[in-house]
Design a protein around this ligand. Structure first.
Ligand SMILES: NC(=O)c1ccc[n+]([C@@H]2O[C@H](COP(=O)([O-])OP(=O)(O)OC[C@H]3O[C@@H](n4cnc5c(N)ncnc54)[C@H](OP(=O)(O)O)[C@@H]3O)[C@@H](O)[C@H]2O)c1
Length: 256
């Protein structure tokens, strides 16, 4: 397959549904060989199987791998399996996170267990996966890491302290990794969607379809398709001089 990502191996965490699945489709449509990663091998294999065929000479198919982003052993094994199968990982999209099931409470009423649960998945996860792919990218002198964060970091959404802090941690990680990996030709950026109508977001509240629409410059709800283009661009060679940045994609609800 031709396209600006032709032949690039792109691993997407949390790809069983929602934005992760959409990223897999967009990257594959641009010619990438996709590694769909998630906790359920069955679910991510189904996503890999539904993607348009990759055109690489050696690998006409995408790959699926079981990977729990909060578990160092699982991350290490999953990344190794993908590298053994496809030879390398050119692009990592750190998408896996949880928000639909979190406890919403004032910051001083959150339990330590709930704080740690969210941090394990949302903050430690992107660090662990980035740590696992970095040696291969460094050795090849190129690579892209794209962290999916959240516009709630900029809005400081009340009752979401642990989620907002977890995304802030990843924005900080993005900036440090950009400096540490830049000399090896690796670009690291973050994408901050606003409230986007995935299955998980729709389940968070009644009336989700119209939530916050009045606060944006563009007066409509954000759809998954609004976020995929920037991820494909950041994965491409065209974005090779952009690093350390956090790009808000929310129809103009937040300005930095
Ligand atoms: N939708 C929004 O309004 C919105 C707004 C701003 C930012 N975001 C961010 O965009 C990303 C995707 O959001 P989404 O709406 O597509 O959410 P989603 O449908 O809940 O998908 C999140 C994915 O993360 C993985 N995940 C969930 N809990 C996990 C856990 N305990 N351990 C490891 N992986 C876990 C799951 O993958 P597996 O089941 O395959 O493991 C799941 O497919 C997240 O980083 C989210 O914070 C979303």
């Amino acid at each position: 397959m031709s396209g600006r990502l032709a032949g690039k191996v792109c691993l997407v965490t949390g790809s069983s549904q929602g934005l992760g699945r959409e990223f897999c489709h967009k990257l594959a449509a641009e010619g990438a060989i996709v590694v769909a990663a998630g906790r359920s091998l069955e679910k991510v294999r189904a996503v890999a199987d539904e993607l348009p065929a990759a055109g690489d000479a050696d690998h006409g198919r995408h790959f699926a791998v079981a990977l729990d982003t909060g578990d160092p052993d699982s991350v290490g094994a999953g990344v190794r399996a993908a590298e053994q199968e496809l030879g390398r990982i050119d692009v990592l999209v750190n998408n896996a996170a949880t928000f639909a099931d979190l406890t919403r409470a004032p910051f001083d009423e959150l339990t330590v267990d709930e704080w740690d649960r969210i941090m394990r998945i949302n903050a430690r996860g992107p660090w662990l996966t980035s740590r696992a792919v970095a040696p291969g990218m460094r050795a090849r002198g190129c690579g892209r890491i794209i962290n999916i964060v959240s516009a709630t970091f900029f809005s400081g959404s009340p009752l979401w302290a642990h989620y907002v802090a977890s995304k802030g941690a990843v924005i900080g990680l993005t900036r440090v990794m950009a400096k540490e990996l830049g000399p090896f030709g690796i670009c690291v950026n973050a994408v901050a969607p606003g409230f986007t109508l995935t299955e998980a977001a729709l389940a968070t509240m009644p009336g989700a379809e119209s939530y916050g629409v009045d606060r944006g410059c563009i007066k409509r709800a954000e759809q998954p398709g609004d976020v995929v283009g920037i991820v494909a661009f950041l994965a491409s060679d065209e974005a090779g001089f952009i690093t350390g940045q956090t790009l808000i994609v929310d129809g103009g609800r937040q300005f930095i």
